[in-house]
Design a protein around this ligand. Structure first.
Ligand SMILES: [Zn+2]
Length: 502
Protein backbone atom coordinates (compact mmCIF):
# COMPACT_ATOMS: atom_id res chain seq x y z
CA UNK A 1 0.00 0.00 0.00
CA UNK A 2 1.48 3.33 -1.01
CA UNK A 3 0.44 6.83 -0.01
CA UNK A 4 1.76 10.37 -0.31
CA UNK A 5 2.54 11.63 3.16
CA UNK A 6 1.06 15.06 4.04
CA UNK A 7 4.61 16.13 4.86
CA UNK A 8 5.50 15.84 1.16
CA UNK A 9 2.60 17.55 -0.59
CA UNK A 10 -0.35 17.75 1.84
CA UNK A 11 -1.39 20.10 4.71
CA UNK A 12 2.17 20.23 6.01
CA UNK A 13 3.11 22.24 2.89
CA UNK A 14 0.06 24.46 2.57
CA UNK A 15 -3.72 24.60 2.51
CA UNK A 16 -5.28 21.61 0.83
CA UNK A 17 -7.78 21.58 -2.00
CA UNK A 18 -10.37 23.19 -2.25
CA UNK A 19 -8.90 25.90 0.05
CA UNK A 20 -5.44 25.68 -1.47
CA UNK A 21 -3.36 23.80 -4.05
CA UNK A 22 -2.01 21.02 -1.80
CA UNK A 23 -3.13 17.39 -1.58
CA UNK A 24 -6.38 16.73 0.34
CA UNK A 25 -6.61 13.58 2.54
CA UNK A 26 -8.62 11.58 -0.02
CA UNK A 27 -6.37 12.33 -3.01
CA UNK A 28 -4.63 9.20 -4.27
CA UNK A 29 -1.33 9.58 -6.11
CA UNK A 30 -1.36 7.03 -8.88
CA UNK A 31 1.78 6.17 -10.83
CA UNK A 32 3.87 3.37 -12.24
CA UNK A 33 6.28 1.23 -10.22
CA UNK A 34 7.71 -0.23 -13.39
CA UNK A 35 11.22 1.21 -13.50
CA UNK A 36 11.98 0.32 -17.13
CA UNK A 37 11.31 2.33 -20.27
CA UNK A 38 8.86 1.24 -22.94
CA UNK A 39 6.82 -1.93 -23.36
CA UNK A 40 8.25 -4.42 -20.82
CA UNK A 41 7.54 -7.30 -23.23
CA UNK A 42 9.95 -5.84 -25.86
CA UNK A 43 12.88 -4.30 -23.95
CA UNK A 44 15.16 -2.56 -26.46
CA UNK A 45 13.23 -3.50 -29.59
CA UNK A 46 10.02 -2.16 -31.17
CA UNK A 47 6.66 -3.40 -29.90
CA UNK A 48 5.07 -3.86 -33.29
CA UNK A 49 2.46 -6.31 -34.55
CA UNK A 50 3.95 -9.80 -34.43
CA UNK A 51 7.06 -8.70 -32.48
CA UNK A 52 8.92 -11.27 -30.39
CA UNK A 53 7.78 -10.84 -26.78
CA UNK A 54 9.14 -11.90 -23.42
CA UNK A 55 6.89 -14.18 -21.39
CA UNK A 56 5.31 -12.34 -18.43
CA UNK A 57 7.52 -14.09 -15.87
CA UNK A 58 10.72 -12.72 -17.42
CA UNK A 59 9.57 -9.10 -17.73
CA UNK A 60 11.25 -6.51 -15.51
CA UNK A 61 8.05 -5.56 -13.70
CA UNK A 62 7.07 -5.46 -10.01
CA UNK A 63 5.83 -8.82 -8.65
CA UNK A 64 3.87 -7.52 -5.67
CA UNK A 65 0.37 -6.11 -6.22
CA UNK A 66 0.38 -2.45 -5.28
CA UNK A 67 -2.46 -0.10 -4.41
CA UNK A 68 -2.06 3.65 -3.88
CA UNK A 69 -4.29 5.24 -1.22
CA UNK A 70 -4.85 8.72 0.20
CA UNK A 71 -3.43 9.77 3.56
CA UNK A 72 -6.90 9.63 5.16
CA UNK A 73 -6.87 5.86 4.61
CA UNK A 74 -3.15 5.59 5.35
CA UNK A 75 -3.79 7.19 8.75
CA UNK A 76 -6.27 4.41 9.58
CA UNK A 77 -3.73 1.70 8.76
CA UNK A 78 -0.47 3.28 9.86
CA UNK A 79 -2.01 4.54 13.11
CA UNK A 80 -2.74 0.96 14.17
CA UNK A 81 0.75 -0.41 13.54
CA UNK A 82 2.73 -1.25 16.69
CA UNK A 83 6.21 -2.66 17.17
CA UNK A 84 9.45 -0.85 16.59
CA UNK A 85 9.59 2.84 15.84
CA UNK A 86 10.48 3.79 12.26
CA UNK A 87 13.89 5.38 11.63
CA UNK A 88 13.55 9.10 12.42
CA UNK A 89 13.78 10.19 8.76
CA UNK A 90 10.75 8.00 7.92
CA UNK A 91 8.52 9.87 10.37
CA UNK A 92 5.98 11.93 8.42
CA UNK A 93 3.29 14.53 9.03
CA UNK A 94 0.46 12.38 10.46
CA UNK A 95 -0.27 13.15 14.15
CA UNK A 96 1.22 10.05 15.80
CA UNK A 97 4.48 8.12 16.00
CA UNK A 98 5.00 5.81 13.00
CA UNK A 99 5.84 2.17 13.78
CA UNK A 100 7.10 -0.67 11.59
CA UNK A 101 4.34 -3.10 12.66
CA UNK A 102 4.64 -6.26 14.73
CA UNK A 103 2.42 -8.52 12.63
CA UNK A 104 -0.70 -8.02 14.76
CA UNK A 105 -2.55 -5.90 12.18
CA UNK A 106 -3.99 -7.59 9.11
CA UNK A 107 -5.04 -5.75 5.98
CA UNK A 108 -7.12 -7.47 3.34
CA UNK A 109 -6.79 -6.32 -0.29
CA UNK A 110 -8.78 -7.76 -3.20
CA UNK A 111 -6.84 -7.98 -6.46
CA UNK A 112 -8.16 -8.62 -9.95
CA UNK A 113 -5.10 -8.92 -12.16
CA UNK A 114 -5.30 -8.75 -15.95
CA UNK A 115 -3.12 -11.46 -17.38
CA UNK A 116 -2.07 -12.89 -20.72
CA UNK A 117 -3.56 -11.37 -23.87
CA UNK A 118 -5.95 -9.27 -21.78
CA UNK A 119 -3.01 -7.36 -20.30
CA UNK A 120 -2.11 -5.95 -23.75
CA UNK A 121 -3.72 -2.69 -24.87
CA UNK A 122 -3.45 -0.82 -28.14
CA UNK A 123 -1.93 2.63 -27.72
CA UNK A 124 -1.73 5.50 -30.21
CA UNK A 125 0.81 8.26 -30.75
CA UNK A 126 -0.18 11.14 -33.04
CA UNK A 127 2.06 13.19 -35.36
CA UNK A 128 1.83 16.44 -37.25
CA UNK A 129 4.62 17.04 -39.75
CA UNK A 130 5.57 20.20 -41.65
CA UNK A 131 8.11 19.40 -44.32
CA UNK A 132 11.07 21.79 -44.37
CA UNK A 133 11.79 23.85 -47.47
CA UNK A 134 15.59 23.84 -47.31
CA UNK A 135 16.74 20.83 -45.28
CA UNK A 136 13.72 18.51 -45.17
CA UNK A 137 15.77 15.59 -43.86
CA UNK A 138 16.73 17.52 -40.68
CA UNK A 139 14.08 16.92 -37.98
CA UNK A 140 13.11 19.30 -35.19
CA UNK A 141 10.87 17.24 -32.91
CA UNK A 142 8.59 18.44 -30.12
CA UNK A 143 6.28 16.19 -28.13
CA UNK A 144 4.42 15.54 -24.93
CA UNK A 145 2.28 12.80 -23.45
CA UNK A 146 -1.46 12.76 -24.06
CA UNK A 147 -2.39 10.14 -21.46
CA UNK A 148 -2.97 11.02 -17.79
CA UNK A 149 -3.85 9.52 -14.41
CA UNK A 150 -7.31 11.05 -14.23
CA UNK A 151 -8.26 14.41 -15.74
CA UNK A 152 -4.60 15.51 -15.80
CA UNK A 153 -5.10 19.24 -16.33
CA UNK A 154 -1.53 19.97 -15.23
CA UNK A 155 -0.04 16.57 -16.12
CA UNK A 156 -0.33 16.71 -19.04
CA UNK A 157 -3.17 18.56 -20.71
CA UNK A 158 -1.03 21.70 -20.19
CA UNK A 159 1.82 20.22 -22.28
CA UNK A 160 -0.58 19.11 -25.00
CA UNK A 161 -2.17 22.57 -25.06
CA UNK A 162 1.19 24.23 -25.60
CA UNK A 163 1.99 21.77 -28.45
CA UNK A 164 -1.44 22.26 -30.03
CA UNK A 165 -0.99 26.03 -29.81
CA UNK A 166 2.34 25.66 -31.60
CA UNK A 167 0.62 23.46 -34.21
CA UNK A 168 -2.07 26.08 -34.70
CA UNK A 169 0.49 28.90 -35.04
CA UNK A 170 2.60 26.95 -37.51
CA UNK A 171 -0.53 25.88 -39.41
CA UNK A 172 -1.53 29.53 -39.79
CA UNK A 173 1.98 30.40 -41.00
CA UNK A 174 1.87 27.53 -43.48
CA UNK A 175 -1.48 28.70 -44.89
CA UNK A 176 0.06 32.14 -45.37
CA UNK A 177 2.77 30.52 -47.48
CA UNK A 178 5.49 30.41 -44.82
CA UNK A 179 7.39 27.15 -44.49
CA UNK A 180 10.15 26.27 -41.99
CA UNK A 181 13.58 25.43 -43.45
CA UNK A 182 13.88 22.18 -41.46
CA UNK A 183 11.11 19.63 -40.99
CA UNK A 184 9.02 20.07 -37.83
CA UNK A 185 7.52 17.00 -36.17
CA UNK A 186 4.90 17.57 -33.45
CA UNK A 187 4.00 14.44 -31.49
CA UNK A 188 1.61 13.43 -28.74
CA UNK A 189 2.64 10.26 -26.92
CA UNK A 190 0.42 7.61 -25.40
CA UNK A 191 1.02 5.54 -22.25
CA UNK A 192 3.81 7.74 -20.86
CA UNK A 193 2.47 7.25 -17.36
CA UNK A 194 2.85 3.48 -17.64
CA UNK A 195 6.57 3.71 -18.44
CA UNK A 196 7.21 6.09 -21.39
CA UNK A 197 5.72 3.41 -23.62
CA UNK A 198 4.51 5.44 -26.63
CA UNK A 199 7.61 7.59 -27.11
CA UNK A 200 10.13 4.83 -26.39
CA UNK A 201 8.53 2.36 -28.80
CA UNK A 202 8.44 5.03 -31.53
CA UNK A 203 12.10 5.85 -30.92
CA UNK A 204 12.95 2.15 -31.12
CA UNK A 205 11.11 1.83 -34.45
CA UNK A 206 12.71 5.00 -35.86
CA UNK A 207 16.17 4.64 -34.27
CA UNK A 208 18.24 4.65 -37.47
CA UNK A 209 16.43 7.64 -38.99
CA UNK A 210 16.57 9.59 -35.73
CA UNK A 211 20.24 8.85 -35.21
CA UNK A 212 21.06 10.42 -38.58
CA UNK A 213 18.42 13.10 -38.95
CA UNK A 214 17.08 14.30 -35.59
CA UNK A 215 18.41 17.74 -34.65
CA UNK A 216 16.76 18.14 -31.27
CA UNK A 217 13.87 16.97 -29.08
CA UNK A 218 11.75 19.45 -27.09
CA UNK A 219 9.56 17.85 -24.39
CA UNK A 220 6.40 19.39 -22.96
CA UNK A 221 5.44 17.61 -19.75
CA UNK A 222 3.70 19.72 -17.09
CA UNK A 223 4.03 22.90 -19.13
CA UNK A 224 1.86 24.79 -16.62
CA UNK A 225 1.49 24.35 -12.87
CA UNK A 226 1.89 28.03 -12.02
CA UNK A 227 3.74 31.18 -13.12
CA UNK A 228 7.39 30.34 -12.35
CA UNK A 229 9.44 29.50 -15.42
CA UNK A 230 11.93 26.66 -15.21
CA UNK A 231 13.79 24.42 -17.65
CA UNK A 232 15.97 21.36 -17.83
CA UNK A 233 18.02 19.96 -20.65
CA UNK A 234 21.34 19.27 -22.24
CA UNK A 235 23.88 22.02 -21.48
CA UNK A 236 24.32 22.53 -25.24
CA UNK A 237 20.84 24.10 -25.21
CA UNK A 238 21.11 26.39 -22.16
CA UNK A 239 21.93 29.48 -24.22
CA UNK A 240 18.97 28.79 -26.48
CA UNK A 241 16.61 28.60 -23.49
CA UNK A 242 17.93 31.88 -22.01
CA UNK A 243 17.61 33.56 -25.39
CA UNK A 244 14.10 32.31 -26.18
CA UNK A 245 12.84 33.10 -22.65
CA UNK A 246 13.91 36.68 -23.38
CA UNK A 247 11.60 36.88 -26.41
CA UNK A 248 8.28 36.10 -24.69
CA UNK A 249 6.39 38.14 -22.07
CA UNK A 250 6.06 36.74 -18.55
CA UNK A 251 2.37 35.84 -18.01
CA UNK A 252 0.56 38.73 -16.33
CA UNK A 253 3.64 40.95 -16.39
CA UNK A 254 5.33 43.56 -18.58
CA UNK A 255 8.81 42.03 -18.52
CA UNK A 256 10.13 38.97 -20.36
CA UNK A 257 9.96 35.43 -19.01
CA UNK A 258 13.74 35.59 -18.72
CA UNK A 259 13.68 38.84 -16.68
CA UNK A 260 11.00 37.46 -14.34
CA UNK A 261 13.01 34.25 -13.95
CA UNK A 262 16.12 36.17 -12.89
CA UNK A 263 14.15 38.50 -10.62
CA UNK A 264 12.57 35.56 -8.81
CA UNK A 265 15.85 33.76 -8.25
CA UNK A 266 17.67 36.96 -7.29
CA UNK A 267 20.67 35.77 -9.22
CA UNK A 268 23.91 37.69 -8.98
CA UNK A 269 24.53 40.03 -11.87
CA UNK A 270 26.65 37.57 -13.89
CA UNK A 271 24.96 34.28 -12.94
CA UNK A 272 22.37 32.86 -15.28
CA UNK A 273 19.37 31.10 -13.69
CA UNK A 274 20.05 27.39 -13.15
CA UNK A 275 18.78 24.90 -15.70
CA UNK A 276 18.32 21.32 -14.46
CA UNK A 277 19.67 18.08 -15.86
CA UNK A 278 17.40 15.56 -17.57
CA UNK A 279 16.87 12.41 -15.52
CA UNK A 280 14.56 9.83 -17.03
CA UNK A 281 11.02 10.51 -15.85
CA UNK A 282 9.53 11.64 -19.15
CA UNK A 283 9.40 11.17 -22.91
CA UNK A 284 12.83 12.65 -23.66
CA UNK A 285 14.37 9.39 -22.39
CA UNK A 286 14.27 7.58 -25.75
CA UNK A 287 15.79 10.55 -27.56
CA UNK A 288 18.33 11.59 -24.95
CA UNK A 289 19.30 8.62 -22.79
CA UNK A 290 19.04 6.06 -25.58
CA UNK A 291 20.16 7.91 -28.74
CA UNK A 292 22.09 10.98 -27.56
CA UNK A 293 19.84 13.52 -29.28
CA UNK A 294 20.13 16.95 -27.58
CA UNK A 295 16.91 17.33 -25.59
CA UNK A 296 15.25 19.82 -23.30
CA UNK A 297 11.98 20.80 -21.70
CA UNK A 298 10.52 23.86 -19.98
CA UNK A 299 7.36 25.09 -18.32
CA UNK A 300 5.80 27.30 -15.68
CA UNK A 301 5.80 25.78 -12.18
CA UNK A 302 4.08 26.53 -8.89
CA UNK A 303 2.77 24.83 -5.74
CA UNK A 304 1.28 21.58 -7.05
CA UNK A 305 0.08 19.07 -4.46
CA UNK A 306 -2.40 17.06 -6.51
CA UNK A 307 0.13 15.31 -8.77
CA UNK A 308 -1.28 12.15 -10.41
CA UNK A 309 -4.62 12.42 -8.57
CA UNK A 310 -8.26 12.92 -9.56
CA UNK A 311 -7.96 16.52 -8.25
CA UNK A 312 -5.66 17.54 -11.14
CA UNK A 313 -8.69 18.98 -12.92
CA UNK A 314 -9.82 21.92 -15.00
CA UNK A 315 -11.34 23.40 -11.82
CA UNK A 316 -7.97 23.09 -10.05
CA UNK A 317 -6.11 24.56 -13.02
CA UNK A 318 -8.33 27.61 -13.35
CA UNK A 319 -8.43 28.29 -9.59
CA UNK A 320 -4.83 27.68 -8.58
CA UNK A 321 -2.34 26.99 -11.36
CA UNK A 322 -3.32 29.32 -14.16
CA UNK A 323 -6.30 31.64 -13.66
CA UNK A 324 -7.03 33.25 -17.01
CA UNK A 325 -4.90 30.78 -18.97
CA UNK A 326 -1.99 33.24 -19.18
CA UNK A 327 0.76 30.69 -18.54
CA UNK A 328 -0.72 28.36 -21.14
CA UNK A 329 -0.58 31.16 -23.70
CA UNK A 330 3.04 31.95 -22.79
CA UNK A 331 4.07 28.27 -22.94
CA UNK A 332 2.44 27.87 -26.36
CA UNK A 333 4.18 31.00 -27.63
CA UNK A 334 7.52 29.88 -26.25
CA UNK A 335 7.23 26.46 -27.90
CA UNK A 336 6.27 28.08 -31.23
CA UNK A 337 9.17 30.53 -31.34
CA UNK A 338 11.70 28.03 -29.99
CA UNK A 339 10.73 25.65 -32.79
CA UNK A 340 11.07 28.56 -35.24
CA UNK A 341 14.62 29.26 -34.08
CA UNK A 342 15.61 25.59 -34.24
CA UNK A 343 13.95 25.00 -37.61
CA UNK A 344 15.33 28.09 -39.35
CA UNK A 345 18.76 28.91 -37.91
CA UNK A 346 21.66 28.84 -40.42
CA UNK A 347 23.68 27.16 -37.68
CA UNK A 348 21.70 25.15 -35.15
CA UNK A 349 22.07 26.93 -31.78
CA UNK A 350 24.05 24.33 -29.83
CA UNK A 351 26.75 25.55 -27.45
CA UNK A 352 29.58 23.09 -26.79
CA UNK A 353 31.55 25.58 -24.74
CA UNK A 354 28.73 25.38 -22.17
CA UNK A 355 28.47 21.63 -22.61
CA UNK A 356 32.19 21.10 -21.94
CA UNK A 357 32.18 23.40 -18.89
CA UNK A 358 29.09 21.68 -17.52
CA UNK A 359 30.76 18.30 -17.98
CA UNK A 360 33.76 19.56 -16.00
CA UNK A 361 31.49 20.81 -13.20
CA UNK A 362 29.44 17.63 -12.78
CA UNK A 363 32.52 15.45 -12.31
CA UNK A 364 33.66 17.31 -9.18
CA UNK A 365 31.27 15.63 -6.69
CA UNK A 366 32.00 12.25 -8.29
CA UNK A 367 35.72 12.74 -7.86
CA UNK A 368 35.02 13.62 -4.21
CA UNK A 369 33.19 10.31 -3.76
CA UNK A 370 36.16 8.39 -5.14
CA UNK A 371 38.49 10.38 -2.90
CA UNK A 372 36.33 9.60 0.15
CA UNK A 373 36.84 5.90 -0.60
CA UNK A 374 40.58 6.52 -0.55
CA UNK A 375 40.95 5.75 -4.27
CA UNK A 376 43.46 7.20 -6.69
CA UNK A 377 41.71 10.18 -8.34
CA UNK A 378 44.36 10.79 -10.99
CA UNK A 379 42.17 9.33 -13.80
CA UNK A 380 39.80 12.27 -13.17
CA UNK A 381 42.55 14.64 -14.34
CA UNK A 382 42.34 13.11 -17.83
CA UNK A 383 38.57 13.43 -17.77
CA UNK A 384 38.76 17.06 -16.71
CA UNK A 385 41.31 17.63 -19.46
CA UNK A 386 38.98 16.10 -22.06
CA UNK A 387 36.02 18.20 -20.85
CA UNK A 388 38.15 21.34 -21.05
CA UNK A 389 39.26 20.31 -24.54
CA UNK A 390 35.59 20.05 -25.55
CA UNK A 391 34.85 23.48 -24.04
CA UNK A 392 37.79 24.96 -25.98
CA UNK A 393 36.58 23.35 -29.20
CA UNK A 394 33.19 24.87 -28.44
CA UNK A 395 34.73 28.32 -27.93
CA UNK A 396 36.63 28.07 -31.24
CA UNK A 397 33.44 27.00 -33.00
CA UNK A 398 31.39 29.84 -31.50
CA UNK A 399 34.00 32.36 -32.68
CA UNK A 400 34.10 30.91 -36.21
CA UNK A 401 30.28 30.84 -36.31
CA UNK A 402 29.93 34.45 -35.15
CA UNK A 403 32.56 35.57 -37.65
CA UNK A 404 30.83 33.74 -40.51
CA UNK A 405 27.36 35.01 -39.59
CA UNK A 406 28.67 38.59 -39.22
CA UNK A 407 29.37 38.56 -42.97
CA UNK A 408 25.88 37.32 -43.88
CA UNK A 409 23.78 34.20 -44.22
CA UNK A 410 25.54 30.92 -44.95
CA UNK A 411 25.02 29.07 -48.22
CA UNK A 412 22.41 26.34 -47.48
CA UNK A 413 24.87 23.65 -48.64
CA UNK A 414 27.51 24.90 -46.20
CA UNK A 415 24.93 25.11 -43.40
CA UNK A 416 24.00 21.49 -44.08
CA UNK A 417 27.66 20.40 -43.73
CA UNK A 418 28.24 22.38 -40.54
CA UNK A 419 24.99 21.21 -38.97
CA UNK A 420 25.62 17.58 -39.94
CA UNK A 421 28.87 17.74 -37.95
CA UNK A 422 27.20 19.51 -34.99
CA UNK A 423 24.40 16.96 -34.94
CA UNK A 424 26.90 14.19 -34.23
CA UNK A 425 28.62 15.80 -31.22
CA UNK A 426 26.31 14.40 -28.54
CA UNK A 427 25.82 11.14 -30.44
CA UNK A 428 29.46 10.48 -29.47
CA UNK A 429 28.42 10.56 -25.82
CA UNK A 430 26.43 7.35 -26.19
CA UNK A 431 27.91 3.88 -26.51
CA UNK A 432 26.11 1.04 -28.27
CA UNK A 433 26.59 -1.44 -25.40
CA UNK A 434 25.03 0.98 -22.89
CA UNK A 435 25.73 1.02 -19.16
CA UNK A 436 26.89 -2.08 -17.33
CA UNK A 437 23.74 -4.10 -16.61
CA UNK A 438 21.54 -1.47 -18.31
CA UNK A 439 22.10 -1.82 -22.07
CA UNK A 440 19.23 0.50 -23.01
CA UNK A 441 20.78 3.45 -21.13
CA UNK A 442 23.45 4.51 -23.60
CA UNK A 443 24.13 8.15 -22.74
CA UNK A 444 27.32 8.34 -20.66
CA UNK A 445 26.67 11.88 -19.41
CA UNK A 446 23.28 11.42 -17.76
CA UNK A 447 21.01 8.48 -16.96
CA UNK A 448 18.02 8.02 -14.72
CA UNK A 449 18.85 6.48 -11.39
CA UNK A 450 18.78 2.68 -11.22
CA UNK A 451 16.39 2.78 -8.26
CA UNK A 452 14.42 5.94 -9.03
CA UNK A 453 13.13 6.70 -12.51
CA UNK A 454 12.69 10.39 -11.64
CA UNK A 455 16.21 11.03 -10.34
CA UNK A 456 19.23 11.94 -12.46
CA UNK A 457 22.61 10.32 -12.18
CA UNK A 458 25.52 12.23 -13.75
CA UNK A 459 28.33 10.32 -15.51
CA UNK A 460 26.45 7.07 -14.76
CA UNK A 461 29.11 4.63 -15.99
CA UNK A 462 31.63 6.14 -13.56
CA UNK A 463 29.14 6.84 -10.75
CA UNK A 464 27.80 3.30 -10.79
CA UNK A 465 31.29 1.82 -10.65
CA UNK A 466 31.88 3.90 -7.51
CA UNK A 467 28.52 2.89 -6.08
CA UNK A 468 29.49 -0.75 -6.70
CA UNK A 469 32.86 -0.04 -5.01
CA UNK A 470 34.80 -1.36 -8.01
CA UNK A 471 37.88 0.80 -8.45
CA UNK A 472 39.24 -1.07 -11.48
CA UNK A 473 35.89 -0.67 -13.25
CA UNK A 474 35.85 3.04 -12.40
CA UNK A 475 39.30 3.44 -13.97
CA UNK A 476 38.20 1.62 -17.14
CA UNK A 477 34.99 3.61 -17.32
CA UNK A 478 36.82 6.93 -16.99
CA UNK A 479 39.23 5.89 -19.74
CA UNK A 480 36.28 5.00 -21.98
CA UNK A 481 34.47 8.24 -21.16
CA UNK A 482 37.59 10.27 -21.98
CA UNK A 483 37.65 8.65 -25.44
CA UNK A 484 33.99 9.57 -25.99
CA UNK A 485 34.50 13.19 -24.88
CA UNK A 486 37.51 13.51 -27.21
CA UNK A 487 35.41 12.14 -30.12
CA UNK A 488 32.77 14.76 -29.31
CA UNK A 489 35.44 17.51 -29.32
CA UNK A 490 36.68 16.30 -32.73
CA UNK A 491 33.12 16.49 -34.09
CA UNK A 492 32.95 20.13 -32.94
CA UNK A 493 36.34 20.72 -34.62
CA UNK A 494 34.96 19.24 -37.85
CA UNK A 495 32.07 21.72 -37.72
CA UNK A 496 34.58 24.53 -37.17
CA UNK A 497 36.65 23.25 -40.09
CA UNK A 498 33.60 23.24 -42.39
CA UNK A 499 32.89 26.85 -41.42
CA UNK A 500 36.46 28.03 -41.94
CA UNK A 501 36.81 26.26 -45.30
CA UNK A 502 33.42 27.57 -46.43
ZN1 LIG B 1 3.52 13.83 -17.17
Amino acid sequence: MLYSDPQDDGFFRGDVYPDGPMRPPQAVQRGSLYNGRGDPSTPGWPSTEGARRLPADSMAIPRIPVLPIGYANAEQILGRLQGESVPQEWQGGLPFRYHLGDGSVTLRVAVWPERGERAYKTIMNTFGVIRGSEWPEELVIAGGHRDAWGPGAVDNVSGIVSLLEAARAWGTALEAGYRPRRTIVLATWDAEEWGLVGSVEWVEVMAETLRRQAVVYLNQDVAVAGRNFGASGSASLHQLVYHMAGTVLQPGDTVSVYAAWRRRLEEDADDEPKIGNLGGGSDFAGFYNHLGIPSFGFGFGGPYGVYHSAYDSYEYMTRFSDPGGLSHAAAGTLVSVTIARLANADVVPFDYKDYGSHLASIMEPIRDQAEALGWDTEPFDDLLGAAEELAQSGTRFNEARDAALAIGSLEPALSAEVNAALRMVERHMVRPMGLVGRPWMRNLVFASDRDNGYATIPLPSVSEAIRGEDEALMRREIEDLVAHVREAARAVDRATGELEEG
